[in-house]
Write a new protein. Structure first.
Ligand code: GAR
Length: 228
């Protein structure tokens, strides 16, 4: 079974959704370690409550980004981690960290990449006035938010949306597409050919017929399979 590390800095709603799918047996993986650069983050409390091993230290107590990332790598190696899931981890990873787990680091971002990369993708899309917003799960490379795309979900932006209402809609999709992407990864069904990620067929799971996010129709591709 795939042993994953989950890296978090904040609320942990994606982490919670991932845990629920693991517990339900829909993702063939176990969380070997939860790591955070924000020890007081609610996500850390969720892990402790679930009995998951935690490594939580402030990056401010380390001399450099590389030193902090090396400490995370040491902890991950000790826990026998195979792959890394970034779930609201709001710090750049050093090249050394990315090299150590190349092709095995996934991230979720609250926009339709390559538009609106950075720390406030959802708010930036809303302020720009786009009519479709969404989220992207991608492999992590050295360049920020620029790795090969695994799955994307698009939702309408209504004229009356402000950042919180739009983010609520995007989050409801994140909690479905991220567990799905991790499930595919754990089943070895994702093949990256250059920038293009191909999804290998699985056991004939029917796709979810229609995806509704916060009352509005969403477009998800590749389609979510039953259970997600
Ligand atoms: C999510 O919306 C995720 O897409 C975003 O942080 C939020 C974490 O929420 N990540 C980024 O913006 C990465 N650049 P959560 O802590 O409730 O899962």
């Amino acid at each position: 079974m795939l042993r994953i590390a989950v890296l978090v800095s904040g609320k942990g709603s994606n982490f919670k959704a991932i845990l629920e799918h693991i517990t339900a047996g829909r993702i063939n993986a176990e969380v070997a370690l939860l790591l955070s650069n924000v020890p007081a983050a609610p996500a850390v409390a969720i892990a402790r409550e679930a009995g998951i091993p935690v490594w939580a230290k402030s990056h401010k107590d380390f001399p450099s980004r590389a030193a902090f990332d090396e400490a995370m790598l040491d902890a991950m190696r000790e826990s026998g981690v195979d792959a890394v899931i970034l779930a609201g981890y709001m710090r750049l990873l050093s090249p050394g960290f990315i090299r150590a787990y190349r092709g095995k680091i996934l991230n979720i971002h609250p926009s339709l990449l390559p538009a609106f990369s950075g720390v406030s993708g959802g708010a930036d899309a809303r302020d720009y006035g786009v009519k479709l917003a969404g989220c992207t799960v991608h492999f992590v490379v050295e360049d920020l938010d620029a790795g090969p795309v695994i799955i994307q979900a698009a939702v309408p932006v209504r004229d009356q949306d402000d950042t919180p209402t739009l983010m609520r809609r995007i989050h409801s999709l994140e909690h479905r597409v991220y567990p799905q992407a991790i499930a595919w990864f754990a089943e070895n069904r994702l093949v990256a050919e250059g920038r293009v990620v191909r999804l290998l067929p699985g056991v004939d799971e029917p796709a979810v017929a229609a995806v509704i996010a916060d009352g509005l129709p969403a477009l998800v591709h590749p389609p979510l399979e039953r259970g997600f």
